[in-house]
Design a protein around this ligand. Structure first.
Ligand code: B1M
Length: 232
């Protein structure tokens, strides 16, 4: 440890979380990993570390990115540090051996490479007992169609973080309608620039404000589908 290094273990929880905001801002991957591990050792729930330390830290990064204080290379470093923290939390959030509640295919739409929010949704869905097939970023409509054909999910999830890419969600939904398979899937959409009104306008089943809402909404729809099937 150099003289300038901060001993993260010497900090109390509140100071450590504040320090993690700074470390995320500075894209310090190892420090974020250490911070996450310390909070786990102190008995923090993985979900609290995710939301209170990592997601909040990324929100701060987003504000300065918007205001032109941070630029793409710096934000990429922050994103990598965030992903390193998420990698530690992922297995802890995913229940092992629990019966699967349902299946979801999820991906970020064409032209869009943002994946932190999508990854978070995937992790939380896995944690809630869903099987998740993540098809990654920058997906043209063909990728979604191939994935649902192959995996036969209950839910199709789409993510978009740009106002320029969110209309592509409608392209995917229109393709499902054209093929006559729209009603075979629950279509959930999410991403910072979306809202409920947009989701309705493009013909999705629901807009999910965040990962927790995505889990609740998915559970709700899957339970309804099972009830309908049971009554048929
Ligand atoms: Co981008 N970027 N970015 N960026 N970036 C935003 C989105 C922006 C709002 C920043 C800003 O100006 N304040 C802005 C968009 C403006 C707009 O369109 N209105 C923007 C821009 C402009 C750009 C570029 C165009 C910049 C440039 O090149 N000039 C470029 C575009 C690249 C492209 O996609 N083609 C770009 C690039 C990048 C990086 C590569 C540097 C990096 C992405 C790294 C990565 O993801 N691997 C990046 C980042 C990190 C951001 C910000 C700072 C953070 C996004 C994030 O990860 N948030 C972002 C600012 C912001 O959103 N405040 C910004 C944390 C994450 C947990 O939240 O993604 O909202 P979020 O996900 C939430 C919910 O939205 C929801 O649940 C998640 C968890 O709670 N959710 C879903 C998301 N997807 C869901 C799917 C579901 C359900 C819920 O399906 C069922």
């Amino acid at each position: 440890m150099s003289e300038d290094d901060i001993d993260l273990r010497a900090l109390d929880d509140e100071e450590l979380v504040e320090q993690m905001y700074d470390d995320l801002y500075d894209g310090l991957k190892e420090e974020i990993e250490e911070g996450v591990n310390i909070l786990l050792e102190r008995g923090w729930a993985p979900y609290d570390i995710l939301t209170r330390a990592l997601v909040e830290g990324m929100r701060i990064v987003g504000v300065d990115f918007r205001d032109g204080i941070l630029f793409v290379p710096e934000v990429l470093r922050s994103a990598n540090a965030m992903k390193a923290g998420m990698t530690i939390l992922r297995p802890l959030l995913a229940e092992t051996g629990a019966p699967k509640v349902g299946k979801m295919v999820i991906g970020t739409v064409k032209g869009d490479i943002h994946d932190i929010g999508k990854n978070l949704v995937s992790m939380m869905m896995e944690g809630a007992g869903f099987e998740v097939i993540d098809i990654g970023i920058n997906n043209p409509v063909e990728n979604y169609l191939e994935a649902i054909e192959e995996h036969k999910p209950d839910i199709l999830g789409m993510s978009a973080l740009l106002t320029t890419t969110m209309p592509y969600m409608k392209v995917v939904i229109d393709a499902l309608i054209e093929k006559g398979i729209r009603d075979d899937y629950v279509v959930l959409v999410g991403g910072a620039p979306l809202n409920e009104e947009f989701s309705q306008a493009i013909g999705a089943d629901a807009y999910c404000r965040d990962a927790a809402v995505a889990v609740e909404t998915a559970k709700d729809f899957v339970a309804r589908r099972h009830n309908v099937r049971a009554m048929a």
